[in-house]
Design a protein around this ligand. Structure first.
Ligand code: ADP
Ligand code: MG
Length: 253
């Protein structure tokens, strides 16, 4: 990118500069800069302990930054609570699914419809037609439209992960962050998840942390490689895969 084509600050959905967090003097994230565009699906890779999960923790407000700035749609997130960050349009999926096992797929999605989003929200109840329609759309997006009455605890591991993604989609996040979404999935489930991510990234920005290189190749346009709390490399899959620094610390092993 040359100087004349540098994208102005406000065109990035997520604009992170100088982000640092220390745990007892250890910098898990060290002066990190990261810029994510509208409608971009960014994959973050890197060795264990690189700081990938910590980065998501900082963006979603679970961990407070020691220094630096996280701007999302020009709002500073480092000063907001986790709830306020969710309300501003950031959804984050943790590594282990947190669904309600004894509720049906439908109910899991229904309870995830944001309070106050419905026109009737202020009156303290949800417009059932509006919620049902949204549940239907999301269930189709996550491939569970024929499982709406199934108890969530009876779903396969992969289906549970998709359900949790669906629960986040109920809130229509503009930035959706997934931490190792295919961990523990079967080959077939991994393939379906790649398709799912390509479907749901339309109209929103996404950050996906993943280890499986075949999977990354299927979904990624731009890959960021993290190492020791910093960005080691950034580019297309081909660019990062042939980068000697990346081969040295990560792909070579
Ligand atoms: P990754 O997800 O890339 O494997 P993490 O973000 O989980 O890496 O961890 C980065 C580093 O920060 C690791 O060395 C980890 O032990 C450390 N770390 C993460 N969270 C904390 C914490 N709350 N307190 C102390 N150290 C932490
Ligand atoms: Mg991690």
């Amino acid at each position: 990118m040359n100087a004349t084509t540098v994208t102005p600050h406000k065109e990035f959905v997520l604009y992170i500069e100088d982000l640092t967090v220390s745990f007892d003097g250890f910098k898990a994230i060290d002066k990190l800069n990261l810029y994510v565009d509208k409608n971009e699906l960014r994959v973050i890779i890197g060795p264990n302990g690189a700081g990938k999960t910590t980065l998501l923790d900082l963006i979603c407000g679970k961990t407070k930054a020691s220094n630096g700035s996280i701007q999302f749609k020009e709002q500073e997130l480092t000063r907001k609570s986790e709830h306020a960050i969710v309300r501003s349009g950031v959804g984050r999926k943790f590594q282990t699914p947190s669904i309600y096992e004894n509720l049906s797929v439908f109910q899991n999605l229904e309870v995830s419809f944001p309070e106050g989003r419905s026109v009737f929200g202020a009156l303290g109840f949800k417009c059932s037609d509006e919620v049902k329609a949204r549940v239907q759309v999301v269930a189709e997006e996550i491939g569970l439209a024929d499982k709406l009455d199934t108890e969530a605890g009876l779903l396969s591991h992969g289906q549970k992960q998709w359900l949790e993604i669906g629960m986040l989609l109920m809130q229509e996040p503009e930035l959706l962050m997934l931490d190792e979404p295919i961990a523990g999935m079967s080959a077939k489930e991994r393939e379906l998840t790649a398709d799912l991510l390509k479907r749901i990234c339309k109209g929103r920005s996404m950050i996906v942390i993943e280890h499986d290189m075949d999977f990354v190749k299927q979904i990624a346009s731009k890959v960021t490689v993290m190492h020791q709390g910093k960005i080691l490399a950034e580019g297309t899959m081909d660019q990062v895969q042939s980068d000697p620094k990346v081969i040295d610390v990560y792909l070579g092993h």
